[in-house]
Design a protein around this ligand. Structure first.
Ligand code: ADP
Ligand code: NI
Length: 240
């Protein structure tokens, strides 16, 4: 005889809701732990990649994510971990996300999410004016936009000169024209003056934003840089 008692095989909506809540809680906890870890790792950094850079990128990425309706867990992990394996600060000179992967594993982040986050980290960086971006997910577009918004405007100007000082670069060298780098190698090996960096990267970012939200924010920040460069050249005077 066929049993009528079928409910035992169907997951109860109440238990389902509890499982979801527990999962969300776990995610929040992972984000909090990751933020605390990164804050510790990046505090006292003086090249423009300090904790407050990460905090701003995280904040901006969350705001764009709300509008663009992307996966907030992936976006937040991507934003928090995006500079942990930066080529400028590790021995290998590339961005294989070894440290990020180890951290995600230590938090038991599921493999699909971890893979998506690592993919973002590997593709987030600007690699030269003549090098195409290869980001390929909405979550990645958002993290990349948030990172790039922090490279332009008033904060962007401050960070560029902080980085230039850290690398012993001159503020400006009128005899050294900016270059459009055709490869990541060329861009990486460039040692030009900080003002050149505006023409080699910062002024180009407005047109390389992915989301409409970031494009809008970039307009104003772009103009701040144009005004700054005008004023800088006026104060610089003649080179003769
Ligand atoms: P992204 O995360 O987009 O790859 P980077 O990590 O290359 O950005 O740069 C981080 C910060 O350092 C940015 O604010 C950028 O303007 C600055 N920076 C990078 N390279 C230079 C440079 N050659 N001269 C001046 N500033 C630089
Ligand atoms: Ni960054």
């Amino acid at each position: 005889m066929k049993s009528k008692k079928t409910w035992g095989n169907v997951s109860s909506p109440i238990i389902g809701a509890r499982a979801l809540a527990a999962d969300d809680m776990n995610r929040e906890e992972i984000i909090e732990r990751t933020a605390a870890f990164i804050r510790q790792e990046f505090s006292g950094e003086a090249s423009g990649h300090d904790w407050h850079h990460i905090r701003r990128v995280w904040q901006t990425a969350r705001a764009i994510c709300e509008i663009e309706k992307a996966d907030s867990f992936i976006v937040q992990l991507g934003a928090l971990l995006h500079d942990l394996d930066d080529w400028k600060f590790n021995d290998s000179g590339d961005e294989t996300p070894l440290r990020a992967r180890a951290w995600l594993d230590s938090c038991s982040v599921d493999p699909v999410t971890a893979q998506a986050v690592c993919r973002i980290i590997q593709r987030v960086s600007y690699k030269g004016a003549g090098v195409e971006d290869t980001m390929d997910s909405l979550e990645g577009f958002i993290v990349q936009d948030a990172d790039r918004l922090d490279a332009i405007g008033a904060i962007g100007i401050a960070r560029a000169f902080a980085y230039g000082g850290y690398r012993n670069r001159p503020l400006y060298d009128p005899d050294l024209p900016p270059r459009i780098h055709a490869s990541f190698e060329e861009y990486k090996n460039s040692k030009s003056a900080t003002i050149n960096h505006f023409y080699e990267k910062l002024l180009l970012l407005k047109d390389r934003m992915n989301t409409q939200t970031a494009k809008r924010i970039a307009e104003e920040r772009h103009n701040v840089m144009l005004n700054f460069l005008d004023q800088f050249m006026q104060e610089w005077g003649s080179n003769k």
